[in-house]
Unconditional design. Structure first.
Ligand SMILES: [Zn+2]
Ligand SMILES: [Zn+2]
Length: 291
């Protein structure tokens, strides 16, 4: 790899609770502007993050390098990444006070595209890369409920099993820093009818081995599944393995930047995370643990 991988900066917590909820450094690292499938300019996100008093904000628009080279309309084409990064940099000058702006990317994982993904991540100065599985083969997992409705349960089970196998391979690839919206296959309210605990455990073991962070992505509370990504039992699997967790909104507009964050921190507290577990700062894909 062209970059060094150290550890996450885990800041010493400020040590008090507010309204019974965890009090941590507030970041919002999973965000999409009009560069991919979100609304608003990057600078609008930065201004809102400043106004909300976030400590750190990161832009993470989509980049999909599909193995069959198909153009994905909601993805930044690889040749536009330099302009995207320049725009994040320019917008960061708008940041007031203590807000730090990070350059991120949400990249799709395909085992067939590993080399191409590695090249892109090495070429550009990203602070972090979210690795996400949005496809099972050519089947877009989170595009439309109708696609799932047309399937029989056996086909759904096959997709959900394949999804977890891809997540395991994604972690084993060591290409990414954050595991994006684990459990995405439940988006439209469809769940496996077979026991996939072995596949899920293998994926979480690989994530723990890779040193990746898992996100508690609050957008699931606004989807038909009406549940955060990932489920409570998977979050418990993360804590059992010592996997760090950050709270993200998967914001597709500036107004969603911290949507349901208080609810998410309360849930993490319930699962057993404490403040210091959640004080994570990401910089230039180098991670340090503060003393
Ligand atoms: Zn995603
Ligand atoms: Zn996203």
């Amino acid at each position: 790899m062209a970059y060094n991988r150290f550890w996450f900066k885990m800041l010493v917590c400020c040590g008090f609770c507010l309204c019974d909820k965890l009090r941590t450094m507030r970041t919002s690292y999973h965000t999409h502007s009009r560069w991919s499938d979100g609304e608003g300019e990057i600078v609008d996100f930065v201004r809102t993050a400043s106004r909300l008093g976030l400590d750190e904000f990161g832009m993470s628009d989509h980049c999909v390098i599909h193995p069959n080279n198909s153009r994905i309309p909601w993805s930044i084409p690889a040749e536009m990444l330099e302009s995207y990064i320049e725009e994040v940099r320019a917008a960061s000058y708008e940041a007031q006070g203590s807000l730090t702006v990070r350059i991120g990317i949400e990249m799709d994982y395909f085992s067939e595209s590993e080399d191409a993904i590695r090249d892109v991540l090495a070429k550009y100065p990203f602070d972090y890369a979210i690795g996400s599985v949005h496809f099972f083969g050519d089947f877009p997992i989170d595009e439309a409920a109708e696609r799932w409705d047309k399937l029989d349960q056996k086909q759904r089970d096959q997709i959900i099993r394949g999804y977890w196998q891809s997540v395991r391979k994604m972690a084993e690839s060591r290409l990414f820093d954050i595991a994006g919206h684990l459990d995405l296959t439940k988006k439209f309210g469809h769940f496996a009818s077979i026991d996939l605990s072995a596949e899920i455990s293998a994926a979480l073991d690989a994530i723990a081995d890779s040193g990746m962070i898992v996100e508690l992505n609050t957008s699931g509370w606004h989807r038909p599944c009406n549940e955060q990504y990932p489920s409570l039992s998977i979050l418990q699997g993360c804590i059992d393995r010592g996997i760090p967790v950050i709270v993200t909104a998967d914001a597709h507009s500036p107004r969603e930047l911290t949507r349901d964050f208080d609810r998410a921190y309360a849930l993490l507290q319930e699962v057993g995370y404490v403040e210091k577990d959640l004080e994570i700062r990401i910089a230039q894909r180098n991670f340090c643990k503060l003393k």
